[in-house]
Write a protein that binds this ligand. Sequence first.
Ligand code: ME8
Length: 675
Amino acid sequence: MNKFYITTPIYYVNSHPHLGHLYTTLVADTVARYKRQRGFETFFLTGTDEHGLNIERAAESKGLSIKEHVDSIVNEFKTAFAPYGLTNDHWIRTTDDYHKRAAQELWRRAKENGYIYKGKYEGLYCANCNEFYTESEAKSGDDGTLNCPTHERPLDRVAEESYFFKLSEFQDRLIELYEKNPNFIRPETRRNEVMSFVRGGLNDLSISRVSVKWGIPVPDDPAHTMYVWFDALSNYITAIGFGNEQFGGQQHFKKLWPADLQLVGKDILRFHTVYWPAFLIAAGLEPPKTVFAHGMWLSGGRKMSKTIGNVIDLAVLQKHFTTDAVRYFCLRDMVFGQDGDFTYEALLDRVNAGLANGLGNLASRTLTMIGRYCDGVVPAPGNADAELTARAGEVRETVEQSVAQFDREFDEYNFSRALDAAWSAIERVDKFISDAKPWDLAKDADKRGSLELVLHTATETLRHLTALLAPVLPNATQEIWEQLGEAGKVNEIAPSALQWGQSTGKRVGEIKPIFPKLDKKKVMDEIKQEEAVSQAARTEENKEQPAQAPAQAAPQPASEAAAAPAYITIDDFAKVELRTGQILTAERIPKADKLLKFTIDLGEAEPRQILAGIAQYYEPEKLIGRKVIVVANLAPRKLRGLESQGMILAASIGEEGRPVLAGFLEEVPNGAKLK
Ligand code: ME8
């Protein structure tokens, strides 16, 4: 029997699940279902990545023990994914003991083979990406800090003893791997990207930390924990029995490894196509057959990310859309491998056009007519005139071609094209039915044969498409299957095993609508309100994000944190001196794209110099003369080497925090106090 081993990334438990995580997992689930239906012995793995500094900090900031924190987020992932009926064979957690032992075994083998040595590391580290950056890769903040280019948060300077992996020795072997196995990295654009990166030369990789406690101890040197990517990547083999007794241990591992398809987002391409094969080769193991890096769902044109805060809330999504609708949209709307912008409007349009008006309408009109004109029993194809017979034959041909085309595209992971092929058959049969007008044929006893041919052809089309689409729409296709009067589980029936004509004589079941049409305006209004609420909750939570807090922030007991109301006293407020001011000059600061420099008249002997990060939103010259509100007793501080003697107040609008300056509708003198 052919085997198929498919994996998703294991998701970080430093934050909450969102559409991006669901997306990769749904695609993997669909491929796993597809392979199973076609007779492959399939193993589908997903899970959670639970070690690292950032997770330590996230737990600290919530006042939870690390274990409590990771357990609660893992639970959130499982709960958010539960409605989608995922068919993963295992959920790996990197905090599980068997994984820890087996990751140590991988380390031991690489070390015995001479690829790991001890040295000293100095560098800039982002706890959010778990990645090191050079000074030139880091992004300078307005106040001169060196920030992570992705998260725009300060990098940690790390200088410590570390184990290193001899990645520098792998350049030739990796290039050979990519050249000999053109399918190792897909799609092609990503392959080219990685090849040119590797051709540029590889540095040895620091793969242990003494400063991070929440991690897997390095074998024979427990003062060190493993670099979180060494730990995380090894999950793909530890989960299936490498170095432990999972599922029968080594024998199970040998049966499944190398993985057939490792799905990842393009954000973690390098880890999976450079580090991962190198770690495996170092330990004497084979690299996976294919790593496919898909594109990113964008939201409002930007990558959907928990750090930016523009994620699609899975609770909102699930409230309005069936799990099949979400699966269909994810596979049809995003060209696999490319980025796509997620909008609820596009989702609603797809659901209404493709599912309600497309497949759903074909099912309900066909089954209703069989009930009405044929006493609920699928007729044999009747005799009709030559023209109708020829057209029915063309429909059958289109269906057979679509079924074959679907598989060809699916095998190449062109999911949207596979679905286009299926929908071209739906369009073809819809036209056939509309042209033949069975409702008119039913009025004429002489046309009985034609009526039966039309309904038989429509039923067969529906039956073939139902089996074909089972991996994508598991719930809806099972319902249609039963309404067609078919027995068994449609996901266990290979479309190629179906023969045209077998539906004859089947009694159709109770007809229920499968994909009700959604009222776009009503649903959009509801979603907008719900999104605003969940956005506000996220913004609140983001303020407490651990990376912004100092690493040594004292944990607050959960009960105390919950009990303390967020009030301040009038005396607290009186400490803040707010005054009206007028902008006298406003100018940009060279090389600081966010800052503007103002002089502001606060009714004092001399105007103040104040800097504000609003350059992306306001033209400086248009602000001259404007009345503003200033925090006048803020301690002066230096930004880009210039002193700022106060702060201008502005509202922060929307996801990106667009500033809108506060002001007055009536005339006010400069320097008036606000109380
Ligand atoms: O990187 N669009 O975990 P992670 C599409 N723990 N997919 C997205 C997405 C988006 N906007 N955002 C996230 C990690 N994803 C590591 C992986 S593997 C050994 C360790 C999906 O929680 C996509 O698959 O940040 C991406 O690669 C993954 O989630 C990153 O998840």
